[in-house]
Design a protein around this ligand. Structure first.
Ligand code: PLZ
Length: 447
């Protein structure tokens, strides 16, 4: 069937609300969805999308929504970016699959070359390509365990690493990710993270506290790896205080522990650097990436020191679809956009715009207890009148108002009280400013 509507950057870059949201056409489809899709699959906003591009999503009722989600930090280069779509189409016409473990192709190796160049550190690096973030984290643990001959995995409070069995064990929050899904994998240990809004510790003090916990409760000689999101994503866009990550990385090096940065949400220009670790010059031994790497196609990777990556026996890493040629073509197109349009600078500009506006809103609304994040990964933590107690109800109400007004916002956080903003890095500043106006209005309306 020919597609009459085309997405991508040609889609009119405007907010336009022509029906209730969700409108009648979406509501009709939602009934069909309920009949056919498992109830356990959630939805933030029950509209059906027919086209998307730049900073907007257009639904089947003709509403044009400002996108502050990017499909959870995926479409940084914009939805249906021509550089991605064209390469995907061309590759799909050549061949769609061979299985890289059966016969090789250039796209896979090209993506590994880009990863070696772009990820932190000048050492020799190698990669394995996979399908999802959780699968990348699982593989990082396999590699760290083989390299060290140790079992224990250390993760942090408020961490999110995925929904597979091992990564559920690593994820902190019970509902909705873990409830009823156990038993969970063994040898996963949790340490406290630096959380400036809720602790009084400097970054180094918080790191010492975490290290002490690990040494007392696990024993550093048993630890294969520490896995940390340099900015914790689903857990509430928690930015560890300066010095926390470098101290932890130093301790890992001294202790023979593999330092794994999970940059699945923070990677590929989102924070205004290629990777969030770059901000403090932290060089992880292994880095997991996914989401933003391929402009919306499923692709993930573990990249790391060649000697660590190569500790795994031949045939020990892989999977049918990992590094699928169409997904690799998409990644090469996406990375081309990041370079040619300097999306790191774009992310920084968007961040300044958002933080500036959020400060104004916070001035009038004490419900905003904290504004944090980096680049185009920004959030506000909402609290009650005491300035401390989490207020998830307010976060939900503000988000609901934004949705009704045609702005797609997301919430997150261990308490569900964090509103997060993840616009595509190619969104126009005007559109983002308009979204912030709607947000300001949402705070006033829900006060
Ligand atoms: N590590 C840091 O952010 C995915 C989860 C959405 P997958 N975050 C979005 C949801 O509710 O399932 C994520 C992440 C970090 C790992 C993952 C997992 O990546 O591609 O969803 O498996």
């Amino acid at each position: 069937m020919p597609n009459r509507i085309s997405g991508g950057p040609d889609l009119p870059q405007q907010r336009r609300v022509v029906t209730d949201i969700p409108g009648p056409a979406s509501r009709e489809r939602a009934a069909r969805r309920r009949r056919l899709v498992a109830d356990g699959v959630g939805t933030t906003l029950p509209v059906f999308i027919e086209a998307a591009g730049g900073g907007v999503l257009r639904d089947v009722d003709g509403n044009s929504l400002i996108d502050l989600a990017s499909g959870i930090a995926v479409t940084g280069v914009g939805n249906a970016a021509p550089e991605v779509a064209d390469r995907v189409a061309a590759q799909a016409r050549l061949f769609t699959h061979t299985c890289f473990m059966v016969t090789s192709y250039d796209g896979y190796v090209d993506v590994c070359e880009q990863l070696a160049e772009l990820t932190p550190g000048a050492h020799a690096k190698k990669s394995v390509l996979l399908n999802s973030g959780a699968e990348a984290v699982e593989n990082a643990i396999k590699i760290a365990r083989t390299f060290t001959g140790r079992d224990a995995v250390v993760v942090f409070d408020h961490a999110y690493h995925g929904r597979t069995n091992l990564t559920m064990a690593m994820t902190a929050k019970n509902m909705p990710y873990k409830q009823g899904f156990g038993p969970f994998a063994a040898e996963v240990h949790r340490a406290p993270v630096s959380y400036r809004f809720r602790d009084d510790l400097s970054g180094v003090e918080a790191a010492e506290q975490a290290i002490d916990r690990i040494e007392r409760q696990v024993g550093s000689g048993n630890v294969a790896c520490v896995v940390i999101e340099p900015i914790l994503g689903e857990g509430g866009f928690i930015v560890p205080a300066e010095g926390f990550l470098p101290r932890l990385a130093d301790w890992a090096r001294e202790s023979g522990v593999v330092f794994v940065a999970d940059e699945i949400q923070t990677g590929f220009c989102r924070t205004g650097d290629w990777f969030a670790c770059d901000h403090e010059g932290v060089v992880p031994d292994l880095i997991t990436t996914a989401k933003g790497i391929a402009g919306g196609l499923p692709l993930a990777a573990v990249t790391g020191r060649a000697e660590i990556m190569d500790s795994v026996h031949g045939g020990g890493l892989g999977g049918t679809y990992g590094g699928n040629p169409v997904a690799c073509a998409a990644a090469l197109g996406a990375i081309e956009v990041m370079r040619s349009r300097d999306l790191n600078s774009a992310a920084r500009r968007l961040g300044e715009l958002m933080v500036g506006r959020l400060r104004e809103i916070a001035h009038e609304h004490p419900a905003i207890g904290d504004i944090r994040g980096r680049g185009a990964m920004i959030a506000v933590e909402l609290v009650r009148d005491d300035g401390r107690t989490p207020d998830p109800a307010r976060a939900a109400a503000v988000s609901k108002h934004c949705h009704a007004q045609g702005v797609l916002t997301l919430t997150c956080g261990s308490y569900g009280n964090v509103l997060r903003f993840l616009p595509p890095l190619v969104i126009s500043e005007d559109l983002l400013a308009e979204a912030m106006d709607v947000l300001a209005d949402a705070f006033t309306t829900t006060a």
